[in-house]
Write a protein that binds this ligand. Structure first.
Ligand code: GLN
Length: 500
């Protein structure tokens, strides 16, 4: 019998043993989406026909005895920022409404080659700008733990789909926290790989020097399995790293942290963090000590300026990247009645097609890059970026991995921060330094906060291309937590879980 509540690796095992087919498993997820997505709104587009066709193709190969990759036949939800041939791709924006890419992004090509079944495209903050999925032009996504709260963002649709058992796996992108933050707020595992570890070819660009694609799963092993499918060098992405893929699956299975040094970042703890968040984080550190790790304290003074610098660098790059949405080549065109010139049509289209936050960022970015202010803003921000890198390097001299909470608070209410951009920006205070330095990080669910019963995420960070380290620590801690709780964290979802 198929079971949507099992992990992706369990599903893969059952498929390999022919206990059920991928068509059955895919259909069961499509049914689940039909049942619950009216409440969660994780998906912008469900490709039932395409998914069942992919599933049938994997089943046929299995029947023929062909060699299949480990995740063949397992369903997945795809953030609507990745191009998938013939399937609507909006990046959460009106300006791309109706666009069907004529090609696949490299990540989609790799998923298809691995036989992973793509169920559909998930909701997101417009152009990945946001921390709550409320900036989507297509409505907000609800957190499956509490439908009055946001799932975080910008990859909120992908995270909510996995937490609500609509898909066992999902793909997100993370520019300043958009995989780790929603993973933390929905109680699942989310990974931002090392910058350059996964190809950005065919990913709608937000801030190219920070954007990174990564996996979501309900377990560390599931995230690792997906990570190995999507990672690897791609000559179509000039920033792609040409080096062997970190062995993250083996690391996730290792279940041993003896002798590892875990650095707690002083600047990312203390009074700014919700009490229930800090509480669960310190308990996880105790479990890691019991498993043989050593805790050290490290200091990263530049992190104080990282958020401010990020909000100059990311909008600056965005203001350049978004210039391509000119209403001429593809996407929306408004006001083209024959009486107006190209520039006027462009301006009317952008006015109608871009949302408030996107316009704010374009204005901010254009200003920061303008000749009179370039050094004062963009130049200073780049200097902070160098300092952040140096702080990480120093800290990694003292510890194998670094840890902090993923977010200052648990999931906030829909509407709570949407009128206050700075309050929203602050949700990424702990995740942004990782993107600035180009290193990788994981969000691991470590319990529910006492105050509100909502999930808390621990962030585990490792040096460039050492992503296996946070899988090793994450896998070990996950096993320790599971034996403490006796059941997975997601079994506590009140409204939609249905897991006994
Ligand atoms: N919240 C941050 C921003 O709005 C990060 C978003 C992301 O990682 N895509 O830029």
């Amino acid at each position: 019998m198929t079971n949507i509540y099992s992990s992706a690796s369990e599903m893969a095992d059952s498929l390999a043993k022919k206990e059920y087919s991928s068509v059955e498993l895919t259909q069961q997820h499509l049914d689940r989406i039909a049942d619950v997505d009216g409440k969660v709104s994780a998906f912008l587009h469900v490709d039932a026909e395409g998914a069942l066709t992919q599933a049938a193709a994997v089943d046929a190969k299995r029947v023929r005895g062909e060699k299949l990759s480990p995740l063949a036949g397992v369903p997945l939800a795809l953030k609507d920022i990745l191009a998938q041939k013939g399937i609507p791709t909006t990046a959460g924006s009106k300006i791309l409404e109706g666009w069907r890419p004529p090609y696949d992004s490299t990540v989609v090509t790799k998923l298809k080659e691995a036989g992973v079944v793509i169920l559909g495209k998930t909701n997101m903050d417009e152009f990945a700008m946001g921390s709550s999925t409320e900036n989507s032009a297509y409505g907000t996504t609800q957190n499956p733990w509490d439908l009055s709260r946001t799932p975080g963002g910008s990859s909120g649709g992908s995270a909510a789909a996995v937490a609500a058992f609509e898909a066992p796996l999902a793909i997100g992108t993370d520019t300043g926290g958009s995989i780790r933050q929603p993973a933390a707020l929905t109680g699942i595992v989310g990974v931002k790989p090392t910058y350059g570890g996964v190809s950005r070819y065919g990913v709608v660009a937000y801030s190219s020097s920070l954007d990174q694609v990564g996996p979501f799963g309900r377990t560390v092993l599931d995230a690792a399995l997906l990570h190995e499918v999507i990672a690897g060098h791609d000559e179509r992405d000039s920033t792609s790293i040409n080096a062997p893929i970190p062995q993250v699956v083996a690391a996730a299975k290792r279940l041993d942290v003896k002798g590892m040094k875990i650095g707690v970042i002083k600047e990312l703890s203390g009074p700014g963090f919700q009490a229930g968040v800090s509480q669960r984080i310190s308990e996880s550190l105790e479990l890691l000590v019991a498993a043989g790790a050593e805790i050290v304290e490290v200091s990263c003074p530049s992190f104080e300026f990282a958020l401010a610098a990020y909000y100059l660098i990311a909008p600056s790059e965005a203001s350049s990247n978004l210039a391509r949405f000119d209403s001429m080549r593809y996407g929306l065109r408004v006001g083209d009645d024959g009486s107006k010139g190209a520039e006027e049509v462009m301006s009317i289209t952008r006015e109608a097609g871009f949302g408030k936050e996107v316009k704010r960022r374009i204005i901010l970015g254009t200003y920061a890059l303008s000749s009179g202010y370039y050094d004062a803003y963009y130049g200073s921000a780049q200097k902070v970026r160098t300092l952040v890198k140096q702080d990480f390097e120093k800290a990694f001299g003292q510890a194998d991995v670094l840890v902090s909470p993923v977010t200052p608070t648990t999931a906030f209410k829909i509407g709570e921060k949407s009128e206050d951009p700075v309050a929203m920006y602050l949700s990424d205070i702990a995740t942004i330094p990782v993107n600035m330095a180009g290193i990788g990080g994981m969000s691991l669910p470590v319990g529910l906060a006492d105050e509100d019963g909502l999930p808390v995420g621990l962030q585990i960070m490792a040096p460039v291309m050492q992503d296996d380290r946070f899988y090793r620590v994450g896998g070990t801690l996950e096993a320790a937590l599971l034996s403490k709780w006796g059941k997975p964290l997601l079994a506590n979802i009140p409204e939609l879980g249905g897991v006994a």
